[in-house]
Structures are given as structure tokens and as C-alpha cells.
Design a protein around this ligand. Structure first.
Ligand code: ATP
Ligand code: MG
Ligand code: MG
Ligand code: MG
Length: 564
């Protein structure tokens, strides 16, 4: 690419309205320009980087057996009403109306659309498993779009959706995707970490997020230094009895017929309850959380979840709980007194002992649970402040360290939430119609561009990892006298590098060396080769790696060896 025929427009001044480094550098380098709040135009330069990220994502998704497709950005209300998400997704869902007064939304994610495609295309278990993916523009009307493309309203997401006849097969694919994500972020040259996460508005039973580690990250991560335990601190809120803003529809459905206060639960257990008890969770001996009850005896809320090792959070149905308890219908009861029951109480529960003693006297085996040791700290403000570095890891291995992260990927084991809601079935081996289990797997392609800059920059600008650089190398020509030999040598080098598979730009804009080098450093090209009259006379090229302090004089073969 001859830069004289490209469009580069860098800026010397640091933009005043940008808060974090990546946003500043993307504007200075001219990668994006703002159109409106949360809406960005990608310049030719920015688009090259975005395409590089997409290419790695596509290669690894293809290699992992996923199949690319594309679904519409604009989707009808009726489709979203089948799952209830038209109403429940909340204000992030941008709704639009056409000339016939029909309602549509701009897709923030595509579970409904892919399930609709699946139910038209698939009929037998023999066709499964299958994993479809797309790399398309998504829209979320974020309450606070900020940091440029990091939290935009329109952004590029790779989203994949898998379908399975069995839960085991879903687990296998979940692992397959987890491994593919690990390869993607490794190839992109990012320092990252996978953590247990909440399933949010998408729902489902298990999820892991992939975070690029950076101090500017919006998420707080806690991880054990002696085991694989790592969690988004948001999860502390998810497993604590605090109210969740992104409560799923399942939660609401369960709540309505089963609202109980702490007092109700205490009454059921036949034990006294102190007024200081703000919230309790009742779990079975296998870690199955039977109920989370919250409220100063006024707010009523119950959450039911399964929490083996905290990795797996989901809402249970009343039938499942009753089956688990082996009891007759009715809320949680009559409980089987021989069953071991664990009560989880929040920190303010000074009088928890009474509850435990009373319950034990009533024939239940109850332990109080130590927050921060047995479960992450409950955190009503969803703020990291309550979890301290050095706290015991919830998995019992070592202590917690804290880090900040940028969420760049998220894998979910969805289960049958969408296939059931949308009446999507296939015939199993016995000819019965069954709802396929689903997984979904997202990557924030455009966010990755910003996240990579947060990790890779210096005073001069961006320092792209090789895989994401707009060009891997640039041939810079210094030729103020218009010497034909110099031009020919630079052109030849540019041609040869590209022929050798090294994506190379040719800076033939005729800028003074200082300005040219500053541009190339700002836009972060990993390898720079200078062709000049002086070098040509000496039979050398000036080579400098973006990360190196000094330039070197090398011959052609040595330059190639450095870049390849
Ligand atoms: P966040 O917690 O940052 O709001 P999310 O959990 O809502 O993200 P998911 O529904 O998991 O996002 O979507 C998959 C991926 O899409 C995320 O992991 C993230 O990388 C990306 N993403 C989500 N929202 C945005 C946004 N507003 N701008 C850019 N990328 C986004
Ligand atoms: Mg979000
Ligand atoms: Mg998130
Ligand atoms: Mg997420």
C-alpha cells in the first residue's frame, strides 16, 4: 500500500474530550471519528486493524468447527416477543418502527434469530451438533457510551450459537469454544484472563468472561494466586442476596408465586429469626441453593440457584427444588429434617447464631457461612471495595489478588431457555421431539482494538502486536532530491516484502523524516525500514523495531530475518 494513495490523517494535539489512552490514541492516529454519541466511523486505517482482528477470530472459529452465516440487524418485535425479551431486555434495546407501523429492534445479540433459523433448517438429532457464527454490527443503547469504541452503542461483535441434543455435548462445545477463545486472544498478543461470570440478560447456567487486563478496565476481577479460581467481582453480587438489575425473566417468573420473606422461611423452619437478619440463603448439602431471601422483613425476593463451586449459577424451578428436597408441594416444605441445610447470611447478621442454633435444635443441620471465605463477599454496590486483596479465595486455595479487566469475550451455556420458549425441537434417537440445548459465545471485535491499545502503547503512540497491526512493516523513503535509484530501491523492497507475505506499507508521501517517523510510531507499525541515498551508498537499510530504542544499519537479508 502506497501511503500517498491511502488516507492517513494524524493529529499532534491530544484530544481533550477523550479520557483513556486508547481513545486518545485512536483519535490521534485517525483510526476513528465520532459521528454521534457511541457511533464511530472507522477510517481506512482503523478498518485495517478491525479486519485483522476479524481475520484471527474467523480463522480460529472455522478451525474449531463453527460455520459462518449472517443474520439481519433489524429484527421484528414478534420474534423477540416469543422469548419475552422485547419487554425484558430493557432500554438497551433500540426499537424502531417502519412505514407500516410495525415494530422492530436493532439486534443487540441474536439468540432469537438463530433459533428461528435453526427451527426452519433442522429436524433430527443426526444433524447435531452445529455451531453457527456471524461477525456483524450490534446496537445497544448504552446508558453511558464512553471511551470511544470501547463502550460504543454500535459495535462489531462476533456471536456464535451452538445446538446440542445432550447437556454433555453442550459442555464439550463450551470447552471447545473456551479453548478457541484462548487461542484467539493468545494469537492477538493480548494479556488476558478467563473468569467465572454472571449470565446477565442473556441467561443460562454457566458462563466465563475473557478479560484483557488493564487498569482502565471497567470490571473488577478477583483471582486466586494458588489455583485456577478467577471471578468477575460482579459475580459476588450475583450470588449474594442483593437485588440484580439484570434479573432474568426466569427469576421474575419464579418470584411471583413464591414470594417469601426471611420470616416466612424462618417460620417454615420453625425457628426464631432476629430482626437484624437482612438476607439468608438456604442451600442443600450439594451446594444447591434452595432459596436466597432478602429484605429487612419488607422487601421480598427469592432467588433460586445452583452453585457447584460457584461456576454454575442458574435459577431453579419450583419443581426442581421440590424434587431435590423429596418433599410434597408447597414452598420448600415440608422440608426433610434429615437433609443437611446450609444457611448463607450476609455480613450484617450479628444474630445469625440464633438462627443456626434454633434450626439445629429443630433437626436441621445448619452451618453459617463465612462470606469472603466460602463465597465471594456480598456486594450490594457492585463495587470492588468490599473484596480485599489477600482475602481467602472462595475455592479454599490461597488468597485473592485483584485486577481490572476489559471484557472482550463471553461464553455461555444457555441450556434450553431459548429452544423451549420458541418451541424449537428436533427428533431424538427414539423419535421423540426434544428441545436442543444451546450455547452462545460472543467476542467484542471492535472493543478488542481499543483494549489492545490499553496494553500496548508508549509516549510515541500505539505499539501493535504483530497480528493486529494495520501493516506489519513500513518502508519509509527519504528522497528529497527525487533520486530515481532511491525510489526504485524503496519500491522494490515494498514489492518483495509483500510478495514474501509480509503486509507492508510504503511511505512515499515525501514528508520530512521526523514527521514521517512520528506518524509511523503513532500508528504503531511494528517494523520500520528506511531507504535513503546515504543507506543505498553504504549498501544498508536503516531498520528499527517499534519496541526497540535504537535503529540498526542492516543489509536486505538481515532486515528480512528481523521481520519474518
Ligand atoms: P459489558 O459488561 O461490557 O456491558 P456485556 O456483558 O453486556 O458487556 P455481552 O452481552 O457478553 O456484553 O456481549 C459479548 C461481547 O460484546 C462482550 O464481551 C464485549 O466484548 C462486547 N460488547 C458488549 N457491549 C459492548 C459495547 N457497548 N461496545 C463494545 N463492545 C461491547
Ligand atoms: Mg453490557
Ligand atoms: Mg459484562
Ligand atoms: Mg458479557
Amino acid at each position: 500500500m502506497r501511503l500517498s494513495q491511502f488516507h492517513l490523517r494524524t493529529e499532534k494535539e491530544t484530544p481533550a474530550d477523550a479520557e483513556i489512552t486508547s481513545h486518545k490514541l485512536m483519535l490521534k492516529a485517525g483510526m476513528v471519528r465520532k459521528l454521534a454519541a457511541g457511533l464511530y466511523t472507522w477510517s481506512p486505517l482503523g478498518l485495517r486493524v478491525l479486519r485483522k482482528v476479524e481475520a484471527v477470530v474467523r480463522e480460529e472459529m472455522d478451525a474449531a468447527g463453527a460455520i459462518e452465516m449472517a443474520m439481519p440487524s433489524v429484527q421484528p418485535k414478534e420474534l423477540w416477543e416469543e422469548t419475552g425479551r422485547w419487554a425484558k431486555f430493557g432500554p438497551q434495546l433500540l426499537k424502531i418502527r417502519d412505514r407500516k407501523e410495525q415494530d422492530y429492534c436493532f439486534t443487540p445479540t441474536a439468540e432469537e434469530a438463530v433459533t428461528d433459523f435453526f427451527r426452519q433448517e433442522f429436524s433430527s438429532y443426526k444433524q447435531l451438533p452445529v455451531n453457527f457464527y456471524q461477525v456483524t454490527t450490534k446496537f445497544r443503547d448504552e446508558i453511558r457510551p464512553r471511551f470511544g469504541v470501547m463502550r460504543a452503542r454500535e459495535f462489531v461483535m462476533k456471536d456464535a450459537y451452538s445446538f446440542h441434543v445432550s447437556d454433555d455435548d453442550l459442555q464439550r462445545e463450551y470447552r471447545n469454544m473456551y479453548d478457541a477463545y484462548t487461542r484467539i486472544f493468545t494469537r492477538l498478543g493480548l494479556k488476558f484472563r478467563a473468569v467465572f461470570a454472571d449470565t446477565g440478560a442473556i441467561g443460562g447456567s454457566a458462563s466465563h468472561e475473557f478479560h484483557v487486563l488493564a487498569d482502565s478496565g471497567e470490571d473488577a476481577l478477583a483471582f486466586s494466586e494458588s489455583s485456577d479460581y478467577a471471578a468477575n467481582v460482579e459475580l459476588a453480587e450475583a450470588v449474594s442476596p442483593g437485588p440484580r438489575p439484570a434479573a432474568t425473566e426466569t427469576l421474575r417468573r419464579v418470584e411471583t408465586p413464591m414470594q417469601k420473606t426471611c420470616e416466612d422461611v424462618a417460620a417454615l423452619l420453625g425457628i426464631p429469626l432476629q430482626r437484624t437478619v437482612k438476607s439468608v440463603a438456604v442451600t442443600g448439602d450439594d451446594g444447591f441453593v434452595l432459596a436466597l431471601v432478602r429484605g429487612d422483613h419488607t422487601v421480598n425476593e427469592i432467588k433460586l440457584a445452583k452453585l457447584p463451586g460457584l461456576a454454575d449459577y442458574r435459577l431453579a424451578t419450583e419443581a426442581e427444588i421440590l424434587e431435590h428436597l423429596g418433599s410434597t408441594p408447597g414452598f420448600l416444605g415440608p422440608l426433610n429434617p434429615r437433609k443437611k441445610i446450609r444457611v448463607v447470611a450476609d455480613r450484617s447478621v450479628a444474630a445469625m447464631a440464633d438462627f443456626v442454633v434454633g434450626a439445629n435444635e429443630a433437626g436441621f443441620h445448619i452451618a453459617g457461612v463465612n462470606w469472603g471465605r466460602d463465597l465471594p463477599e456480598p456486594d450490594d454496590t457492585a463495587d470492588i471495595r468490599n473484596v480485599q486483596a489477600g482475602d481467602a479465595s472462595p475455592d479454599g486455595n490461597g488468597t485473592l489478588a485483584l485486577a481490572r479487566g476489559i471484557e472482550v469475550g463471553h461464553v455461555f451455556a444457555l441450556g434450553r431457555k431459548y429452544s423451549e420458549a420458541m418451541g424449537c425441537t428436533v427428533l431424538d434417537a427414539d423419535g421423540r421431539a426434544v428441545h436442543p440445548a444451546m450455547g452462545c459465545y460472543g467476542i467484542g471485535v471492535s472493543r478488542i482494538v481499543a483494549a489492545a491499545i490499553e496494553q500496548n502503547h508508549d509516549e510515541a503512540g500505539i505499539r501493535w502486536p504483530d497480528a493486529m497491526a494495520p501493516w506489519r512493516a513500513v518502508v519509509c523513503m527519504i528522497n528529497p532530491k527525487g533520486n530515481a535509484e532511491v525510489t526504485a530501491a524503496a519500491e522494490a523492497l515494498h514489492r518483495e516484502f509483500n510478495a514474501a507475505g509480509i503486509d507492508t506499507a510504503f511511505d512515499d508521501r515525501g514528508l520530512r523524516p521526523g514527521a514521517m517517523f512520528a506518524d509511523m510510531e503513532l500508528i504503531g507499525i511494528p517494523h520500520r525500514i528506511v531507504v535513503s541515498e546515504r543507506g543505498l551508498a553504504a549498501g544498508t537499510f536503516e531498520y528499527r523495531a517499534r519496541s526497540a530504542a535504537e535503529a540498526e544499519q542492516l543489509d536486505r537479508a538481515a532486515v528480512l530475518a528481523r521481520i519474518a
